[in-house]
Design a protein around this ligand. Structure first.
Ligand code: AMP
Length: 130
């Protein structure tokens, strides 16, 4: 069965889209650690990061860097952190999280945003993509 992220990539489930290219897709995390928390996903559906072929792995890192720089330019924060977990959704995804405190990195404290706030955050990040 297709993963929830494949359904998002195909447009079958809505998301706050940030960017896409031929191989990768970025959208806001629906339960963010901090405002601007973004997921970068390979369109190829693979469960584990280290099972990606090298080209896709390196491409995902390059794509994530591009999106991370846009987040850093759009969202006030100390820095953008990157983490890969995958215990909830078995489709590789890079979490890009604007960090101001260590709590933002822990997945314990969450922020809730309105639809309008999600849309505005996504628009602000999109505007900073080089
Ligand atoms: P993990 O697999 O542990 O790295 O976590 C999966 C992440 O995907 C969590 O941070 C969720 O909030 C996020 N997530 C799950 N479903 C959606 C969705 N439909 N749209 C955006 N983010 C999602």
């Amino acid at each position: 069965m297709a993963s929830i992220f494949t359904k998002i990539i195909k447009g079958e489930i809505p998301c706050y889209k940030i960017a896409e290219d031929d191989n990768f897709f970025a959208f806001l995390d629906i339960n963010p650690n901090a405002k601007g928390h973004t997921l970068c996903v390979p369109k190829k559906e693979v469960d584990r990061l280290l099972d990606l072929d090298e080209e896709t792995y390196l491409g995902l890192m390059a794509f994530s860097r591009k999106i991370g720089l846009a987040i850093e330019a759009a969202i006030p924060c100390e820095r953008v952190g990157m983490t890969v977990i995958g215990l909830e959704v078995p489709h590789v995804h890079v979490h890009l999280i604007p960090l101001s405190t260590m709590a933002n990195a822990t997945f314990q404290s969450k922020v809730s945003l309105t639809t309008e706030e999600f849309e505005k955050v996504a628009e602000n990040i999109r505007a900073k993509i080089q």
